[in-house]
Design a protein around this ligand. Sequence first.
Ligand code: CTP
Length: 467
Amino acid sequence: MQQFLQNPVFTVISQSAEKLNTSVFVIGGFVRDIFLKRPNTDIDIVTLGSGIELAEKVARALSPNLTVSVFKNFGTAMFHYNGCDYEFVGARKESYVSTSRKPTVETGTLEDDQNRRDFTINALAISLNKESYGQLIDPFNGCADIERKIIRTPLNPDITFSDDPLRMMRAVRFAAQLGFTILPETFKAIIRNRQRLEIVSIERILDEFQKIMATPKPSTGLLLLDKARLLELFFPELAALKGVEVINGKGHKDVFYHTLEVLDNVAAKSDNVWLRWVALLHDIAKPRTKKFIEPIGWSFHGHEYLGSKMVASIFKRLRLPMNEKMRYVQKLVLLHLRPIVLIDDEVTDSAVRRLLFDAGDDIDDVMLLAHADITSKNEVKVQTFHKNFERVKEKLQEVEEKDALRNWQPPISGEEIMQTFNLQPSREVGLIKDAIREAILEGDIENSYEAARDFMIVKAQELGITK
Ligand code: CTP
């Protein structure tokens, strides 16, 4: 706290407000994070006067070249200084109508401004005024809630959530990020108001969801979303993974809980949020492919193909990027069973070569996912699996060193085939190219230019093509 009060920018803000004859406070997430000892570079300043006027005065006092971005419609202004974003706004009172997310905004007191905030831990303010500099204003016992690790709304939760239903997602996100508990009264209100999420844009919902996905143990937030019955509203495919069907005394794993375990396993090993999405979606088509076959039991045949097809429509609906990130998720969902299949079968060089060829640079992620996918209550089974998995990994390394197949480029181009045999672009060129690739993957020939060139001549003769 002392360190924060010595920040020279706060001194300038204090002096500028005094000159404008108004009051000023630092408020919200930044204050919360001082007590939580979390770094935060987004600093919200609230004044009882004009936020824009104050921001401009402070910026001029800090440096003549500082650019202030002004948002007249919102009555806010901000600037970036020494690695931090400072946002200035006049204290406000908001009133909502039930059909819209957009409030009617009026000028208010600091108390009004604190009342309209989402959680007690986010409603803390610190005075920057000369006579009370550094004093904490905590009308809802937010500090005690930080200590008790509690998420609670300042007002009646039905009002807070109905005013801005995104706050239901935020409650779960803060609980997951900070390891806090949502107060039972607050949680019940989320369940009561859950349908109001409908008026929130999918972009804002996903923003919170991605923050949950980025936490060290994403299952915590996902379980809460499910318990609050928010998940089914924007992610029905995921909610559909829940449940176990039993036929003739045979059940299958609950795919939802298995998915969460895999997701946590991946999260423990990697910060790559897209690999976490792969974990989330790897079994997404299991409900659609599920069949009971006597006497084998449950089958989910082809779920990796259908799952990989479902990725695009899910990404589109959730407004996730439809670019190489999506293609990466599609590819890994498609490949997720391949290392496991290798465990069951005799590990042949050619099967390993094919996996390496199909996965390319993503081979390490495919292996990490497959490893994370091994979940079972039977410890002996898990241990055996892990042991066999190590064998596959060793084999993979061996083949990689020998054959250099990662990011494989055909040693002979289509161009060269056409020139050698004086061919136009045609089916024959494709046949020769494919045959070379297959011969390398099968291990019939070496992965080298010379071997491929000799093989090309033989193959062309077989096809009745001569030079
Ligand atoms: N706020 C709110 N309701 C929202 C969003 C924000 O009341 N739906 C208030 C909270 O007081 C919050 C502040 O606005 O502390 C700033 O919001 P934001 O920057 O989104 O969140 P932070 O609390 O700073 O947390 P984070 O940076 O982790 O998003």
